[in-house]
Design a protein around this ligand. Structure first.
Ligand code: DLZ
Length: 174
């Protein structure tokens, strides 16, 4: 009976990071009561993964529309293993929210591919402030349970560890 060869499997983990790794977070001041909670949970997640406070840099931007430009600049410095983008876009009376969300998502995605590092989309796109508050930890006893800032930080840890395992392009490894 022939045995089926098993494929080589790559899988990231959100465990502890090696020493020397630095992270950056870009956070939007718009809806700051929400984004400050996302930031707090992201920082707590990085601390739990062994990152010292001085291994994380935080840049505040006016709104989610500006997240990708700052993330692009931080990524181009080559100082960081990943950049988190945190924001909260809440629907208003016009279609403004959709234009901001589309620009933020496209800009963040493009910056990640341009620089070859994980640039994470931690932007809430909600109908109401109440919905956003729930996704920023709400009034749960554990402020970080269900908090999208913590999820985003975990995704960054996961991607950093995955990319460390994946083969480099021939040009990069030459
Ligand atoms: C202008 C605006 C509006 C109406 N709503 C939001 C929002 O819900 N969330 C957010 O992060 N930013 C909002 N902004 C600000 C824009 O992102 C941006 O800062 C301004 O349009 C200036 O470019």
């Amino acid at each position: 009976m022939s045995t089926i060869p098993s494929p080589r499997m790559f899988r990231g983990s959100s465990g502890r990071l090696p020493a020397g790794v630095r992270m950056a977070i870009v956070v939007s001041r718009w809806n700051e009561p929400i984004t400050a909670r996302l930031l707090e949970a992201a920082l707590a997640t990085f601390t739990a993964a062994g990152l010292a406070a001085d291994a994380v840099d935080v840049a505040w931007v006016p709104g989610s529309f500006e997240l990708s430009l700052a993330a692009d600049r931080l990524a181009s410095s080559r100082r960081y293993a990943a950049v988190l983008c945190l924001g909260a876009i809440i629907k208003g009376e016009t279609s403004h929210d959709r234009h901001i969300a589309t620009a933020a998502a496209c800009g963040i995605e493009a910056a990640g591919r341009a620089h070859g590092i994980p640039i994470l989309f931690g932007v809430l796109t909600c109908e109401t402030l109440a919905q956003a508050m729930v996704r920023a930890g709400g009034d749960a006893a554990d402020r970080y349970a269900g908090n999208k800032g913590a999820e985003c930080a975990n995704a960054a840890l996961d991607m950093v560890s995955l990319l460390a395992q994946l083969p480099l392009s021939p040009e990069a490894s030459a």
